[in-house]
Design a protein around this ligand. Structure first.
Ligand SMILES: Nc1ncnc2c1ncn2[C@@H]1O[C@H](COP(=O)(O)OP(=O)(O)OP(=O)(O)O)[C@@H](O)[C@H]1O
Ligand SMILES: [Mg+2]
Length: 376
């Protein structure tokens, strides 16, 4: 899959942009605060309808304007189509595919993307929420059932939490909670099974890529950690069996019911899952060096490409924001030489000079300045 044309209107600092990227590597070069990240953000927004950094969508609308638009002509094999998002400062967004309105939920997966922003470097050591988000963004793009279950799970959790608060001290609390428990299990089990499977497969690719980057010196493993798993972790295969997961879940609901009612909040459920990064058998969260974290994240990002390729039959687009400067020459070469041949890639950088000239020659280079982009 690739973006043949990208059009922005009043999106962030772009009054108007009309860009024809290359099918392979695109280098976006420019000084600070010129709009490089804004451009990647617009592409990611078209893919997942969420910004990685804006707290409110209104932030995406150019200052002083009421509406913003981002549109892309997307090629998939022989066919192309136009995906468009319209944002209003004070209203809901609209998503259109070939001119027809779509629910954002249903339009996920039309354009798929893997992104690597500087904040992702915290993935290994940061809070579990970041690792869950990685799984959710990945699986929502790959799997329509996953995103339906996830949307329903979030609704069930909201209701269940209200209920838990309201029931504190009520004698029949447990019985009244039963209906929410059933719904929680119904939505949560398919999510957990899919996460377990995705982490196993992501882990297989990540391990192979990681081994190549480190020339076989280190071994990376990813371990899915359902909310009820102990630090040691059970065998991953068990987490892919829906019946087994349901049993464990129900056991956990019973075990922690008193605590949930006392605290008035859901303590069980996939909103408390995690993914462990293990390097050479040890938990990377506690010991990995900066370089090891970077390599692990890079391997996982590249593994995401493979997973999406397998699930959707097309490589997603790859968005790399300012990460070249964070990687040493070996990792950089690996990234750009292996990936940019097969995957449409957008790379931002403040400095083109350190990049090998062989690479610059293969790329389409754009200069980004004050919300304008022109071919170099
Ligand atoms: N809604 C908006 N309307 C107009 N301009 C905006 C809006 N949001 C952000 N900007 C401008 O965009 C600039 C940031 O652009 P961006 O993050 O893309 O920079 P960058 O080129 O990636 O820089 P760096 O190299 O520092 O990462 C901000 O400094 C701000 O001036
Ligand atoms: Mg930036």
């Amino acid at each position: 899959m690739d973006i043949r044309r990208l059009i922005l209107k009043d999106f962030r600092n772009y009054a108007h942009l009309d860009l024809e990227p290359a099918g392979g590597l695109n280098l976006l070069a420019g000084a600070n605060a010129q709009g490089k990240t804004n451009l990647l953000e617009s592409i990611l927004f078209l893919a997942v309808f969420r910004s990685p950094r804006a707290a409110r969508e209104a932030e995406l609308v150019r200052w002083g304007q009421e509406e913003a638009q981002a549109a892309a002509q997307i090629g998939r094999g022989e066919t192309t189509g136009r995906l468009e998002v319209r944002l209003r400062r004070d209203g809901p967004k609209a998503v259109l595919w070939n001119g027809a309105a779509q629910r954002p939920q249903e339009a996920l997966g039309i354009l798929t993307a893997v992104s690597f922003f500087p904040d992702d470097l915290d993935l290994v050591k940061g809070a579990p929420a970041g690792r869950r988000r990685l799984l959710d963004v990945l699986l929502c793009q790959a799997d329509g059932l996953y995103r339906r279950h996830l949307a329903r799970l979030n609704r069930v959790l909201r209701h269940r939490n209200v209920q838990l608060k309201g029931l504190q001290g009520t004698p029949k609390a447990a019985a009244l909670l039963e209906v929410w428990n059933e719904q929680l299990v119904a939505e949560a089990v398919p999510i957990m099974v899919r996460r377990a499977r995705a982490v196993r497969r992501l882990g297989q690719w990540a391990a192979a890529i990681h081994s190549r980057i480190t020339a076989g010196r280190e071994r990376l493993e990813l371990v899915y950690q359902p909310f009820y798993a102990g630090e040691a972790g059970d065998p991953q295969e068990a987490w892919e069996d829906a019946a087994a997961v349901r049993d464990r879940f129900q056991q956990e609901l019973r075990r922690r019911q008193g605590e949930e009612l006392a605290r008035g909040v859901s303590l069980v459920g996939p909103q408390r899952d995690d993914v462990r990064f293990v390097i050479d058998g040890a938990d990377a969260r506690s010991f990995a060096s900066q370089g090891q974290q970077r390599t692990a994240v890079l391997a996982v990002k590249l593994a995401e490409l493979e997973l999406l390729k397998e699930e959707t039959a097309e490589y997603p687009v790859l968005l790399l924001d300012d990460v070249l400067s964070e990687l040493d020459a070996t990792r950089r070469a690996y990234l750009l030489e292996v990936v940019a041949e097969t995957v449409q890639t957008f790379v931002t950088t403040a400095h083109l000079e350190p990049l090998p000239s062989s690479l610059r020659e293969r790329a389409r280079v754009f200069r980004v300045q004050g919300g304008t982009v022109r071919p170099d």
